[in-house]
Ligand binder design. Structure first.
Ligand SMILES: CC(C)(COP(=O)(O)OP(=O)(O)OC[C@H]1O[C@@H](n2cnc3c(N)ncnc32)[C@H](O)[C@@H]1OP(=O)(O)O)[C@@H](O)C(=O)NCCC(=O)NCCS
Length: 189
């Protein structure tokens, strides 16, 4: 079994990552159509390096998940909570769907809600932030649908292809989020 159903939604579930997926991640993370939205378009990633990164994350017990299509058990992307600060109960969220044929089909919105549920109702976080480039209109729409609100921006902090863009900061509090999975499980006898 490659994946495990840790947090389950209607279309997808979040699973612990599998280092055997290194070549799939390397393919996605060398695709500029995907990485132009991420902070890693300048990274040199090959399978060996990617496998080492995945193994390091597993060793460090990082809060990182594969996003898996529920119908086919196919890996379609990845999401994580990083810079987790348990004293102030805050973290930052990151996500990408690497399988581009899955874009705009509701998977991203559901995956964001699932990892928020994990962050707020299992890790007991209080505030989760996400940073997104101003040109990533789809991602901003997704985060707003999941309950994030814009709290500010870092001006002209992304320079790409000769143009300067703002980085938008969005956050959500535990009190603003309604559980989509964890509460359901808790209510079962
Ligand atoms: C961003 C991402 C996670 C979103 O996931 P997704 O599954 O494609 O998104 P969803 O289908 O859940 O929702 C997309 C929403 O954005 C809206 N949208 C799409 N393009 C848009 C645009 N140009 N302007 C405004 N809204 C847009 C859609 O209408 C949809 O909203 P609706 O369901 O209310 O109609 C995914 O596209 C992705 O991984 N992209 C590449 C990497 C990336 O951007 N990661 C995030 C970095 S911050």
């Amino acid at each position: 079994m490659k994946y495990f159903k840790k947090i389950i939604g209607e279309f997808c579930y979040l699973s612990p990552i599998n280092p055997d997926d290194a070549s799939q991640y390397a393919e996605w993370l060398n695709d500029l159509e995907i990485t132009k939205f991420l902070a890693i378009s300048h990274h040199q990633l090959n399978i060996m390096r990617e496998r080492a990164i995945l193994e390091e994350m597993i060793k460090n017990n990082s809060q990182i998940f594969g996003i898996v299509d529920k119908k086919t058990d196919k890996l379609i992307g990845n999401c994580s909570l990083f810079d987790v600060n348990h004293r102030s109960r805050k973290a930052e969220l990151g996500i990408f769907i690497g399988a581009k044929d899955y874009w705009n089909k509701g998977y991203g919105t559901e995956a964001v809600k699932l990892i928020l549920d994990y962050g707020f109702n299992i890790l007991n976080l209080q505030n989760i932030i996400i940073k997104v480039y101003e040109f990533n209109k789809r991602a901003i729409a997704v985060y707003q649908k999941a309950g994030f609100r814009i709290i500010g921006s870092r001006r002209e902090s992304k320079i790409f292809s000769g143009k300067k863009y703002d980085e938008i900061y969005m956050d959500i509090l535990a009190t603003e989020f309604e559980s989509v999975y964890v509460q359901k499980v808790m209510n079962r006898e």
